[in-house]
Write a protein that binds this ligand. Sequence first.
Ligand SMILES: *Cc1c(COP(=O)(O)O)cnc(C)c1O
Ligand SMILES: [Zn+2]
Length: 407
Amino acid sequence: MSYMKGLKCRECQRRYPKEALYVCEYCFGPLEVDYDYDKIEKSLSREEIESRPRNLWRYRELLPIDGEPTDGFNTGCTPLIRAKSLGKALGVKELYIKDDSVNHPTLSFKDRVVAVALSRAKELGFNTVACASTGNLANSVSAQSAIAGLKRHIFIPADLEMGKVVATLIYNPVLVAVEGNYDQVNRLCSEIATKYKWAFVNINIRPYYAEGSKTYGYEIAEQLGWKVPKHIVVPCAGGSLITKIDKGLKELKKIGIIGKADSKIYAAQATGCSPIITAIKEDSDIIKPVKPNTIAKSLAIGNPADGIYAAATVKASGGWAEDVSDDEIVDAIKLLARTEGIFTETAGGVTLGVTKKLIEKGKIPKDESIVVCITGNGLKTQEAVNEKIGKPIKIKPSLAAFEQATK
Ligand SMILES: *Cc1c(COP(=O)(O)O)cnc(C)c1O
Ligand SMILES: [Zn+2]
């Protein structure tokens, strides 16, 4: 049973059939999935959702497939952690970590978007999937298309972290490392996508793919007892996740599952690649592309596809934006590890570093609920912290040597 009416242009509202289309022919605006919310409201309730298996398809009516899901049966439903120790360190009362660093199967929030994209790609008749990636998407497309038995072509910037490359290659895809930054990889992939009949998950089937991110927001609300937090801090690369968390919460309200969807949304980027933050701070309607230079490679998109929508989401919610230096990223990664026992990648360092700054500046009050979005795993970006975490104490295998070295 489908709840998807078709696609709709975000700018001019023109309607399109639910095919592998992503850009409006008239105004070049991005296309978005259009749902039958009345029908969804009739079939979905809190009790119904809670009775279903613990994966992202428990919100299936709000996801863009016509038939039954085929991928991602262990994806989503990641922990929402009440971070007391970290909260104490930051001087705030009610802090939560939404922890997608342990998402299945490849330890980042990208497993959500890929689970949805592959289910939809198969419905649309594709047998080859592809992506342009800053790392985590490559891991997830590679792994999940291996599970699904689809052919896979994956494109990354050549200077990615070793962990991200290994965690892609292990699933045996065609992996193309392009000598250039992500924005150049993306441009190349757009060209390839017009010539080859592949499902580029974040290009020609982007409208479907991007919807997977809404489940991150649905889960936050469900895990808080069907309530939203006052503040949510979200890392931005292309700017899709932040808009979809907001959209997801608004949808839950629209269909009567939650009473309020009034969270203030905050955007987080690294100073070395912060076009969205700059637009928000300067109250500008355009995103000025930048050349990325940061250790937060998973967020290093200089020309973000959904940048203007991300900025608009933040502004409309009453939130704000902040960026952090590479040193602040590393400090935040270490702070999260030390207080909550979570090892996040550089993107998580960006989000927590920004949260800390926003609290210190008084932009986020200390006595209201805050959710920090941790979206990726630290084992994949070890280069970032390798030289900054001390060394093991090396000893000969004897009790005397141990006591000598540790006294
Ligand atoms: C891709 C990614 C993001 C940001 O996603 P966008 O939707 O492109 O803004 C955040 N965190 C991690 C770890 C990612 O890999
Ligand atoms: Zn249009």
